[in-house]
Ligand binder design. Sequence first.
Ligand code: SAM
Length: 290
Amino acid sequence: MGTGRLSVCATPIGNLGDVTLRVLETLAGADAVLAEDTRVTAKLFARHGIATPLEAYHAHNLERRTPALVERIASGAHLALVSDAGTPGVSDPGAHLVEALAAAGLEVEVLPGPSAIITALVASGLPTHAFYFGGFLPRKAGERSRRLADLATLDATLLFYESPRRAASTAAALAEAFPGRRACMARELTKVHEEVVRAPVDDLAADLAGRESLKGEVVLLVGPPARGSRAEVDAHAVRARLGELMEAGASRSAAVRAVAEERGVPRNEVYRIAHVDPPSGEGREGGGRD
Ligand code: SAM
């Protein structure tokens, strides 16, 4: 291809064999490869016999370097981008450059491959019908608790990246926010010391609290709330909202429909809540307009 472009290349999250043929061909054929840490990428290059020039592109120079990189691609250069592990742009440098190139109308291609998110999700054995990736949680306890509280009713498996130093305290925060749920710690995935612990979140927190130290890369996961408990958790809020809508003149079925839609709760759950403990002003056997 004669025109300039950026090839965003996913690289291994541990095992150097986990790289696609297309990524290897692209890295070998590019004019230069932008790397988060050139020493890390040099090992991958050595393993696969690649000699393309490496340039540093990381959190500390990306703002400064991006305009010149956009210029080079606009002038016809083919650059490739890699991070230390996995897919660039996901909790790694990359999104900024992709955004700048997209704004300039230049070509970006993404070559898929390893990512710790998908690898951990599948290894966990937790539901995969929906998942929420929360990146790295805030370090301050208050902020972290608020972030977790916002996720309490989400019908999805939750995934968080974490450093080994903070894994135990984050697991404790997860146990406090989501007691009784299934959970998992996926550590050192694809590496020699790979470890996948699947346990109730309270047990996982106790396990990590009891370890002297933890090494390596960690993903923490928590399963979705048990079926039906989403509505139970929020029963009070559901009742209050039903009351509000019915006071404003909505029929009970219209209010139930609206609340189910607003809160993402199954309609029969909202009916159950309305019936078991109806909103104030309404008798158990009716009173609202249906
Ligand atoms: N862009 C990468 C990706 O697509 O997976 C993620 C980069 S982020 C800076 C690094 C975090 O990813 C680590 O702190 C850890 O949470 C997770 N991670 C990366 N490699 C891992 C591995 N082999 N096992 C478990 N977690 C890993």
